[in-house]
Design a binder for this molecule. Structure first.
Ligand SMILES: Cc1ncc(COP(=O)(O)O)c(C=O)c1O
Length: 345
């Protein structure tokens, strides 16, 4: 009934403390979250390393998960350590060497008034093999994005640091709109008319070798990949800056890229400016960012990121959580033969 066409390698999920086969059904159709988006979630990745899969910035993701839950008054019936163990278990049980991991806390079946008075807080953790969010080739070739007229939710309306399910309706609508017009991704402005973010990605710009991004005051989810990239940039000798990004700064940047756990580091090579509402779509102007090809600093940092997440630089071990206690245990569970340890990267 539930095939895994879009969930490659998924065999089991974890739900309220137990493991279930991927195609089992556990949730009532009158669950609160299904109707009102009253859920919070995380998107996490584990990468293959030579010691088995390692989860990238797990502790930080779990901290954000708790912060998100707090913003919609959810009392989480698990500790951070229990959630970490559940995540590791799911990766093991699915026998994956690399995975996209999706924990989701939601108000379940109870009442269906807007206030979930008697709805239990339920936790599900799933994982599967998921390539780059904007397509594997996007990491190499970059994307053409549409700058929307639509304004991102403002921090005076919602706490933008939280990943609340319902808030993603806006991402869904904007992302679908951009794709329906042939673009690979959308970019939101904020209420002040400056650059906010993509529907599921942050934006970094490079100008004269200086790397800049914005923060939650500018209507963004302050992503973890973004801070990873800022640290890698500084360690590679670049100056970095956090501050508002104007439309002119983005369109006039030497380089620009999206960051996100799902999107990783995706170069933005062209942007069509659809932010002037009165114009017909045929009047929108297409701008090349820099040379219109992935820029050298973007490529350098993207390569570094790919190495770091795969445990190839001891300096950044602090960000890795190994799923298995020993390489031997990983080998036993995954059936990895010696030669297979080496990934294609
Ligand atoms: C709206 C939005 N912005 C930015 C990001 C990037 O955040 P992170 O790098 O923590 O994955 C995400 C992804 O989680 C997102 O959903």
């Amino acid at each position: 009934m539930f095939d895994t066409k879009y969930f490659s390698g998924a065999k089991k999920f974890w739900y309220n403390g137990k493991l279930y086969k991927w195609d089992s059904v556990n949730i009532h159709v009158m669950s609160h979250a299904l109707h009102y988006g009253s859920s919070v979630f995380e998107g996490i990745r584990a990468y293959e390393t030579d010691r088995g899969p390692a989860i990238f910035r797990l502790q930080d993701h779990v901290e954000r998960f708790f912060l998100s839950a707090g913003t919609i008054n959810m009392k989480i019936p698990y500790s951070k350590d229990e959630i970490i163990e559940a995540i590791k278990l799911v990766i093991k049980e699915n026998k994956l060497r690399a995975a996209y991991i999706r924990p989701n806390l939601f108000f379940g079946y109870g009442n269906l008034g807007l206030i979930p008075k008697v709805c239990p807080v339920e936790l599900v953790v799933g994982c599967w093999s998921w390539g780059a969010y904007l397509g594997d080739e996007s990491l190499e070739t970059g994307v053409h994005a549409l700058l929307l007229n639509r304004r991102r939710i403002h921090p005076s309306q919602m706490d933008m640091r939280a990943k609340i399910g319902g808030m993603y309706a806006q991402s869904n609508i904007a992302g679908s709109y951009a794709r329906s017009l042939g673009y690979e991704e959308a970019i939101f402005l904020n209420l002040e008319g400056r650059i906010a973010e993509g529907p599921g990605e942050n934006i970094l710009v490079v100008k004269k070798k200086r790397i800049k991004t914005n923060n939650e005051n500018e209507s963004i989810l302050p992503g973890l990949t973004r801070t990873t990239l800022l640290e890698l940039a500084r360690d590679s000798g670049y100056d970095t800056e956090i501050g508002p990004i104007t439309i002119e700064e983005l369109l006039g940047a030497d380089e620009a890229f999206f960051t996100g756990t799902a999107a990783e580091v995706t170069p933005i090579c062209h942007i069509t400016d659809g932010s002037i509402k009165e114009k017909l779509t045929t009047d929108w102007k297409k701008h090349a960012i820099g040379s219109g090809k992935p820029g050298p600093i973007t490529c350098q940092l993207s390569r570094k990121y790919a190495e770091v997440v795969r445990g190839k630089d001891p300096l950044y071990e602090k960000w890795l959580t190994l799923v298995y206690s020993t390489p031997a245990e990983a080998e036993k569970n995954l059936g990895i033969k010696e030669a297979e340890h080496l990934t294609k990267y």
